[in-house]
Design a protein around this ligand. Structure first.
Ligand SMILES: [Fe+2]
Length: 423
C-alpha cells in the first residue's frame, strides 16, 4: 500500500504516541484461535469436541435455511460425539430478552458450549447467551465495560457475513427495549472474545447484494475508525490498512459477482482483519452516531455507519491531514500534485466512491428526524467519554448535531422544532 520511502516516514512518525511525545508502547490481546479458509467451518466438530459435550447452535431461521454445507457442519459435530441442539430464535438488532430466552433454553438442555452461526446479530446474541448461562440475570446488568462476573460458556463463532468482526472482538451490541425509545447498548469485556473463530468465505456465497454491501461497509468503517483512532498503534494499523486496501478493491466486485469465491475470500479476510483492529482500538464517532440512527430509524448497522462515514471523516481529517492523506492513497485515490488539505480530503472522495460503487447512500434519503431528537442523540453521545476520547478530533455537542444535519441532507431546517428532512 505504500512505497518504502513513505513507509519509512510513517515509522518515524508513528513510533511516537500521537500528541504525547512519548515513545511507542502498546498491548495486543487477542485470545481467539482463528481458522480462515474455504470449508474451515467443517472443522467445527474437531474444535467443539475439545470444549464441550453438548452444544447449542445459535442462529436465525433465515440463515440456517441458506447454509450450503449445513449437513457437513452437523456431521462433523456428530463425528466428534458432541450432542447438538439448534436455537434459531435470533432476530436482527437483538433485544436483551432474546439472549435471555436463548440462555433459558441452553440451561434447561444443560448445554456446555455455544456456537454462533450467522451475522453480527447472531454472534452477539450467542455471546449474550454464553454470559447468561453462567451469570445471574438480567443481561442488562452486564451492559457497559468489564461488568461480567463469571467466565461465560465457551463460544465458537462462525460468521456468515463479511463485516461484523464480532468473531474476533470482545464486544456485543444489544437493543435495550427497557429504555424509551429503545437504545442500542454495548457490552465490552475481554471475556466476550470467542474461543474459536471459523471464518469460512464459502458461507457468504449466498448473501444478497444488499447484505454484502451493508456488512462490507461496516467492515470498512471498522478499519477506517481503527486507523484514525487515537488508540491506533503500528500493529493495529497494519491490520486496518490492509483491510481498507482490500475492501477498496474487492467490495464492489463482491456485490457485482456474489458467486465468486476468490472475491468473497478477500472480503471475509478484510472483515476479519478489521475486527482484529477494533478489538485493540475500539471504534470512534461513526459507530457512536451510527447506533442512534440505526436504533431510531430501524436501518441496518452497516447502512447507518456508511451514511455517517464521509461526514465524520470530513470533520476529523482536520485533526490529522497526513493520516487522512495516507488513507486516501490506501483507498486508491490519486493525490499527486494536490495541496496539503486537498490530499487529505481525497479520503472522503474515496469513501464516497466506494459507497456509490456498492449502491449505499452517503446521506439519509427518504427519512426525517426531529431536531429535538437529534439534540437528544448528541447529548447521549457526549456522555460516552471513552469513545469520544478515541476520536482523532475533539468533538463538541454542536459538532455532533452539525454532522447529523449534514448526513440528513439538510443543515438549515433545524430552528424552532422543525424537522431535519432528508433529501
Ligand atoms: Fe460495526
Amino acid at each position: 500500500v505504500s512505497t518504502r520511502q513513505e513507509s519509512q516516514g510513517t515509522i518515524e512518525r508513528e513510533f511516537k504516541i500521537r500528541g504525547t511525545g512519548r515513545l511507542l508502547e502498546f498491548a495486543f490481546y487477542l485470545p481467539t484461535k482463528v481458522y480462515f479458509g474455504e470449508c474451515v467451518s467443517e472443522k467445527l466438530g474437531e474444535e467443539a469436541g475439545n470444549l464441550g459435550q453438548s452444544a447449542l447452535i445459535v442462529s436465525d431461521e433465515n440463515i440456517i435455511r441458506k447454509i450450503i454445507n449445513r449437513k457437513k457442519i452437523e456431521d462433523s459435530l456428530n463425528k466428534a460425539g458432541v450432542k447438538t441442539l439448534l436455537w434459531d430464535g435470533v432476530i436482527t438488532n437483538p433485544p436483551l430478552s432474546v439472549a435471555e430466552k436463548g440462555a433459558r433454553f441452553a440451561r434447561r438442555e444443560k448445554c456446555d458450549l455455544i456456537i454462533g452461526l450467522g451475522g453480527g446479530s447472531v454472534i452477539d446474541a450467542a455471546k449474550g447467551i454464553a454470559v447468561m448461562c453462567t451469570n445471574p440475570p438480567p443481561l442488562s446488568l452486564y451492559l457497559g465495560r468489564d461488568r461480567i462476573r463469571k467466565p461465560p460458556l465457551p463460544l465458537i463463532a462462525i460468521p456468515t457475513t463479511a463485516g461484523t468482526g464480532s468473531e474476533v472482538n470482545p464486544y456485543a451490541v444489544f437493543t435495550n427495549t427497557q429504555k424509551n425509545p429503545p437504545q442500542k447498548e454495548i457490552m465490552a469485556d475481554p471475556l466476550l472474545f470467542p474461543r474459536i473463530a471459523l471464518v469460512d468465505p464459502q458461507l457468504t456465497l449466498s448473501l444478497p447484494s444488499s447484505v454484502t454491501a451493508d456488512a462490507g461497509i461496516d467492515a470498512l468503517c471498522h478499519a477506517i475508525e481503527s486507523y484514525t483512532s487515537k488508540k491506533s498503534r503500528p500493529f493495529s494499523e497494519m491490520l486496518a490498512l490492509e483491510a481498507i486496501h482490500i475492501l477498496a478493491h474487492y467490495l464492489a466486485k463482491a456485490v457485482k459477482d456474489p458467486g465468486n469465491i476468490k472475491i468473497r475470500s478477500y472480503c471475509s479476510y478484510a472483515s476479519l482483519l478489521a475486527g482484529m483492529a477494533i478489538a485493540q482500538t475500539g471504534t470512534t464517532l461513526v459507530h457512536g452516531m451510527g447506533y442512534k440512527l440505526s436504533a431510531h430509524l430501524g436501518i441496518t448497522h452497516g447502512r447507518a455507519n456508511g451514511i455517517l462515514l464521509p461526514w465524520v471523516s470530513e470533520f476529523n481529517l482536520q485533526a490529522d491531514p497526513p493520516r487522512y492523506t495516507h488513507l486516501a492513497k490506501t483507498l486508491g485515490e490519486e493525490i499527486e500534485g494536490l495541496g496539503y488539505q486537498e490530499r487529505a480530503m481525497r479520503a472522503v472522495n474515496g469513501i464516497r466512491r466506494i459507497l456509490g460503487e456498492v449502491g449505499q447512500p452517503d446521506r439519509l434519503k427518504g427519512k426525517s428526524i426531529k431536531s429535538d431528537t437529534i439534540e437528544e442523540f448528541a447529548r447521549e453521545i457526549m456522555q460516552n467519554k471513552r469513545r469520544l476520547s478515541n476520536n482523532p478530533r475533539l468533538v463538541t455537542f454542536k459538532d455532533v448535531v452539525g454532522i447529523y444535519q449534514k448526513a440528513l441532507g439538510n443543515a438549515n431546517e433545524t430552528q424552532g422544532g422543525s424537522r431535519c428532512v432528508a433529501s
